[in-house]
Design a protein around this ligand. Structure first.
Ligand code: GLC
Ligand code: GLC
Length: 659
């Protein structure tokens, strides 16, 4: 019953969803006519039955007040049908597999790597020849930094996309991408690509049409004739790239208007209040999925919805939109999982993580606090934070990383810090001083990124090795410092490989690559210090693995590579590292992090010393945490009885299994 005349208002969403579906389905028949596939069409209908009520409810909430709502949802469903129609058969098989195994990414057998195609191997064709390299290191997840067509000149490392359907010609073609994805899949490596959906480049066809005055495409962006609206919004907005430009809007001479540009001035934010934008981007997303991508990194998720009077980050509608994209994949590409890139306050990071939204998320808080603990030699803020922020909803996973192509930002919670007597503002200043090498005694060689002279805010660029002290140690040619730096590097990897989640190695780390200051020579890069930690792969490093060749730098690289490779291998063989069940325990030493991993009856105790001094932990603590009397450290194969105190060497990490 619908009650009295309600003038078209929806009182029963589920009912309207069914009715709408009945109306639209006959209109989609044409999609299936050219090449009938009754099996696939039936599959489409099944998945629609399961997912349409939720998708309809979200679309209704976001766009239901528009007079042309019905037109847009028909287009959206047409997009879903067409994408499934176009889905290559091997991917349809993968879809079935993953429908039955939705948490495949929780396996301890997964370890990820990320790289820039041009810096690693020049192009996609050559990358295919290096699949053995990933296998050798033990990777089974490969994130290629954005490789689609971009604007000329500065393109923000590929994040200023001018066409989501063609690969940057310098890197290859869409066909090369498909072949690579096939080859990777055959050897059990999942391909990960970005979905840069908050903005397009100013030279994307939609932006060009907007510039040419086509009203339909002007509605794809946030374009304002004068400062009235921009000034209104500015009152509550942060500045993400304050050294690029003050404020979030860029004046466009041709249009004689202001354009919303959260990041660089050539990256135009899309206007998701327009359902045509949702449909258009869903089409691009499913196109990318159909090349063979298994995990899609949702770039800059926090920024996709704007609302006057708010900071325009992490708004409820942003979550609804991601859920809607997720539902589109459930229908047309269910093998796909989403990875959220929300480098924001930990209270907000967690809100993106759910099987219905992003199944996987970067863990920027762990990343920042591992660096924090290295600088302070104390694990208290890390422990405090992990104690109530590590646990995730069922069916999801963290990506744990130490460095990525972006900067390090100190996104811990000020209240967590205050609870243990740390002032967040002062502490961030200390960390920035420490990691730019200004703090007396600092081992780090980082570079400031986006220093905001008004707020004092700053983030840090630098490679893992340079931040961990290797650059300074090599400069000083000091063997002790080199040893400590190597141990710091392995300590951090030892944690991301064991704490629960997908460890992600930013390639170059396996060799301890140092900062590359040459980026300043390239005018398209000089203004962005993140290029300091985006060095080119040096294939000659592979010679370092050859025992007959010896050099001091070579032996450091060999040690880092072999140690990391070994830990990745060990991780795979340790069932306790499956999933993310992680229990902290107190080793009663402020420098030592202690946690227990357990799964299916197997148990590993991890202890990590964050100082250059040896640390003592009582054997009794190990006995009670590990529920045993004798343990073996998987990393050194050393046996440890709990009848005596344990000594952890400088920066040592132990993976202890009961024997
Ligand atoms: C993401 C990317 C970053 C880029 C920004 C704008 O944060 O990681 O590299 O600058 O989005 O696309
Ligand atoms: C984006 C930027 C990153 C910045 C963050 C702030 O992810 O790439 O540099 O720290 O936004 O929200």
């Amino acid at each position: 019953m619908t009650g009295p005349n309600d003038e078209g208002r929806v009182t029963d969403v589920a009912f309207e969803a069914q009715l709408t579906l009945q109306r639209i389905l006959p209109r989609l028949e044409s999609v299936w006519q050219s090449e009938p596939d009754t099996h696939l069409q039936r599959e489409f209908l099944n998945r629609l039955q399961r997912n349409w009520p939720d998708l309809f409810a979200i679309l209704l909430q976001l766009y239901g007040r528009r007079y042309d709502f019905f037109y847009h949802i028909e287009q959206i469903l047409r997009t879903a049908a067409q994408a499934l129609r176009d889905r290559p058969e091997p991917l349809q098989e993968l879809d079935q597999q993953r429908i039955n195994d939705t948490t495949w990414f929780q396996s301890q057998e997964l370890t990820g790597g990320a790289l820039y195609v041009d810096l690693f191997s020049d192009n996609l064709g050559r990358l295919r020849e290096h699949i053995g390299y990933f296998k050798d290191l033990g990777l089974s997840y490969l994130h290629l930094m954005p490789l689609f067509a971009v604007r000329p000149g500065d393109n923000d490392g590929g994040y200023a996309i001018s066409n989501y359907r063609s690969v940057d010609p310098r890197l290859g073609t869409i066909e090369d991408l498909r072949l690579l994805a096939d080859d990777l899949r055959k050897v059990g490596i999942s391909l990960v690509l970005d979905f840069v959906f908050n903005h397009t480049s100013e030279d994307h066809d939609w932006a060009k049409q907007a510039q040419a005055g086509v009203g339909e495409y002007q509605q794809f962006y946030h374009i304002f004739a004068d400062r009235l609206w921009p000034d209104g919004y500015e009152k509550n907005l942060r500045e993400i790239f304050p050294t690029v430009r003050r404020g979030n809007f860029t004046w466009h001479d041709g249009m004689h208007a202001w354009v919303w540009t959260t990041f660089n001035s050539f990256q135009w934010d899309l206007n998701y209040r327009n359902p045509a934008v949702f449909r258009a981007m869903a089409e691009e997303m499913l196109f990318i999925a159909n090349t063979g991508v298994e995990v899609l990194r949702l770039d800059a998720v926090a920024f996709i919805w704007k609302q006057l009077g708010t900071g325009c980050e992490n708004l409820p509608e942003a979550h609804l939109l991601i859920q809607a994209f997720n539902l589109m994949t459930r229908i047309s590409a269910p093998a796909l999982a989403f990875l959220s890139e929300a480098i924001v306050h930990p209270d907000e990071v967690i809100k993106y993580i759910s099987p219905k939204e992003c199944q996987i998320s970067y863990n920027p808080t762990l990343m920042a606090l591992l660096w924090e603990s290295l600088a302070t030699r104390h694990v208290s803020l890390l422990v405090r934070t992990l104690s109530h922020r590590y646990k995730l909803p069922a069916g999801t996973a963290w990506v744990n990383y130490l460095r990525c192509h972006d900067d390090v930002g100190w996104t811990f919670d000020d209240a967590d810090a205050a609870a243990i007597g740390i002032n967040g503002y002062d502490h961030r200043r200390f960390l920035n001083n420490f990691y730019t090498g200004q703090y007396p005694g600092s081992f780090a060689r980082g570079v400031p990124f986006q220093h905001n002279t008004v707020t004092g805010d700053m983030r840090i660029s630098g490679t893992l090795a340079s931040l961990a002290g290797l650059e300074q140690a090599i400069e000083k040619d000091d063997e002790t410092l080199k040893e400590l730096a190597i141990r710091r590097i392995l300590l951090l990897h030892g944690i991301t490989l064991s704490i629960g989640g997908i460890p992600l190695i930013y390639l170059g780390e396996e060799w301890g690559m140092l900062n590359d200051y040459d980026f300043v020579k390239d005018p398209a890069k000089a203004g962005d210090t993140r290029w300091v930690h985006r060095p080119k792969m040096k294939w000659e490093f592979l010679d370092d693995l050859d025992d007959r060749i010896r050099s001091s730098a070579g032996s450091i690289r060999k040690r880092i590579y072999r140690s990391l490779q070994r830990m990745i291998g060990l991780r795979k063989s340790m069932p306790a590292f499956y999933g993310a069940q992680m229990e902290l325990f107190d080793p009663d030493n402020e420098h030592v992090l202690g946690f227990v991993r357990s799964h299916a009856g197997s148990r590993v105790v991890v202890m990590a010393n964050f100082t250059e001094e040896p640390c003592i932990v009582s054997g009794n603590h190990l006995r009670t945490a590990g529920l045993g009397r004798f343990f073996r450290d998987a990393i050194t194969s050393e046996d440890l009885p709990t009848s005596e105190d344990l000594q952890l060497e400088a920066y040592q990490i132990l993976w202890l299994q009961r024997i």
